[in-house]
Design a protein around this ligand. Structure first.
Ligand code: SN0
Length: 320
């Protein structure tokens, strides 16, 4: 495996879930696979889970890890091509990326949507340059349009907690004070589409996700109707795609509360975290025994380790 951005990159999903199970049951079985191999994690944005779980996953595989927070350390980086670099940015990504590639075997990149220009974000301007110029396998640690390590961990969690063969999974928009990216919901939709689940998305008017993600996905405008009989409620805020990057609603009637959860089939509550309590979800719901947000975050190690293991295997095969 040379890159990890979307479900296709991991191949057969049943096999990937089996691998994840193996990794979870015996996390230290592949310590020699990562020996003398280095993972480099580059952050253009904040992180708690992604940074720690990727580090932990790499350590479980015997790897070394280097982390660079671009905003705190290093030179200010220019990302645009063809500009006269007479401002405050000392180095261009075009040199910085291949240099980073010299110091590692696998590279992970976090770079959120900037919301300045829909086309720049949806063409994955930064991530694409890492794929093109690093010379290394690349893992998205949340790019402008996707968060695949999160979605894979979500699927692993759903597999673990489902009580019926084909659970009903609901992705619901929920209010938030700021404009948040569509990466988490886009990836969640993309992974649920290929998973063995009945999947429904619910959101207020104006919050349709990009058509390339929503194609073929069931949409229910009435949140209460969507919740009926659900086995998993996955809450997330995102800013508008059509009115790109705008916050069109902070309607608290969309907050996930006990009344709405009572319409479900005693659904498990999920969220990628960080979560704004009493905006996205009430204290009572997130603190209830049906909330599995911590276990979900725990599975971030499993998803990262399953992906890193595949990449290390590819590197080993190429050496043979
Ligand atoms: C990010 C997002 O994509 O929604 C990361 C989620 C894994 N979330 C935030 O930026 C939350 C920031 C806030 O102010 O609550």
């Amino acid at each position: 495996m040379k890159r990890f951005l979307k479900p296709e990159d991991i191949g057969n999903l049943h096999k990937a879930l089996e691998d994840a199970r193996t990794v979870k049951d015996n996390p230290f079985a592949d310590q020699t696979l990562g020996k003398d191999k280095t993972l480099l994690l580059i952050f253009f944005n904040s992180s708690l889970r992604t940074r720690l779980s990727s580090q932990k996953a790499a350590m479980n595989l015997g790897m070394n890890v280097i982390v660079l927070d671009v905003n705190k350390d290093g030179w200010k980086l220019e990302t645009e091509f063809g500009v006269v670099m007479d401002g405050d940015k000392a180095e261009h990504l075009r040199e910085a990326i291949p240099v980073m590639g010299q110091y590692c075997d696998i590279i992970g990149v976090r770079s959120f949507a900037k919301f300045e220009n829909k086309n720049d974000d949806y063409s994955e301007k930064i991530l694409t340059q890492f794929i093109e110029y690093s010379g290394r396998p690349v893992i998205s640690l949340e790019s402008s349009t996707r968060h695949p390590l999160q979605a894979f961990a979500d699927l692993i969690t759903i597999e673990e907690y489902k009580t019926v063969e084909r659970p009903k999974v609901v992705l619901t928009w929920a209010p938030h004070p700021r404009a948040l990216p569509q990466a988490v919901p886009n990836s969640f939709v993309e992974w649920m589409k290929v998973a063995d689940v009945d999947f429904v998305v619910t959101h207020p008017k104006g919050y349709d996700l990009a058509p390339e993600f929503m194609e073929g996905v069931a949409y229910e405008p009435d949140q209460n109707k969507a919740f009926q009989g659900a086995d998993f409620i996955y809450a997330k805020n995102w800013a508008s795609y059509t009115q790109y990057g705008e916050v069109l609603s902070q309607d608290r009637s969309w907050t996930v509360d006990e009344k709405k959860m009572s319409l479900t089939n005693q659904a498990k509550f999920m969220h990628c975290l960080p979560v704004r309590r009493n905006m996205i979800v009430t204290d009572a719901v997130i603190d209830s025994p049906d909330s599995i947000v911590i276990q979900e975050a725990g599975n971030r190690v499993v998803s990262a380790q399953t992906v890193l293991k595949r990449m290390l295997q590819t590197i080993a095969e190429e050496k043979e």
